[in-house]
Design a binder for this molecule. Structure first.
Ligand code: ADP
Length: 239
């Protein structure tokens, strides 16, 4: 089925006026793997993720899964095809309960039957089921981030895009989030594409890392390959 197929993106390019924010980037993501997307500020990470989730229409480039072309679809159509994401900023409804927040997402995807059960399962997976009936705005920052991932999981994705999921978390919360993400990849077979600034987290968690610099993909490989790549070191440290 298409859920076991990798996402393959070729020649992804995004221009904003005279600025080419993402320039001819080709990457792939397989179910079950955790891929980190790193690069200095402004290198095009969020823009690339926005194109691959249908938030932005690429200036050029195509992405597909199996025989199905996904580029050209809008975000909810891509979500319906098993690709869910979270955003850099928390987007929960603070005055709805945690369960309601996740239910809204579960109801919005195809196969709305059993949405409540899917919401519960997602909250359980993310370790926040104990907060199901609390207002989302009352949770700690780390738990709110977990609820956001639960919202994505309630859509039963096979691929999950996370934009800075550990931003603002202390190391203990970050550590436990890493454990959870490993579980999603290894036990549920979800492919995770992860943008984060925390290189320690990226190195410990990712099977593969892609590095952007000024819109270009400058390297891709295992954490140790990336750590020792001269172009990556230069991009981070400058000449
Ligand atoms: P990163 O996520 O790596 O920090 P971004 O993808 O957010 O980088 O941004 C890449 C570049 O594109 C930056 O120079 C940024 O200012 C620019 N950019 C991003 N979004 C827009 C937009 N909607 N309009 C114009 N420029 C944008």
């Amino acid at each position: 089925t298409k859920d076991t197929q990798p996402l393959i993106a070729k020649g992804m390019t995004m221009r904003f006026g005279g600025l080419t924010a993402v320039n001819d980037v080709s990457i792939s993501l397989r179910p079950g793997e955790i891929m980190g997307l790193i690069g200095p500020n402004g290198s095009g990470k969020t823009t690339l993720m926005n194109m691959l989730s249908g938030v932005l229409e690429p200036s050029s480039g195509k992405f597909h899964r199996g025989k199905e072309l996904l580029s050209g679809l809008v975000s909810y159509e891509i979500a319906d095809r098993g690709i869910a994401r979270t955003f850099q900023n928390i987007r929960l409804f603070p005055n709805l309960t945690v369960h309601q927040n996740v239910l809204v997402a579960a109801l919005s995807t195809k196969g709305g039957v059993n949405a409540a059960a899917r919401a519960d399962a997602a909250l359980e997976r993310m370790g926040v089921i104990g907060h199901a009936h609390d207002d989302a705005g009352t949770l700690s920052y780390g738990d709110q981030r977990r609820v956001e991932i639960a919202r994505a999981l309630a859509c039963l994705p096979s691929l999950l895009f996370l934009d800075e999921p550990a931003a603002g978390m202390n190391w203990e919360e970050t550590d436990s989030l890493m454990e959870t993400l490993r579980m999603l990849a290894k036990e549920l077979g979800i492919g995770v594409l992860l943008v984060d600034h925390d290189l320690k987290l990226i190195n410990q968690l990712c099977d593969r890392i892609a590095v952007l610099n000024e819109g270009h993909l400058i390297a891709e490989g295992s954490p140790s390959e990336i750590r020792n790549n001269p172009a990556v070191i230069e991009a981070y440290l400058g000449p």
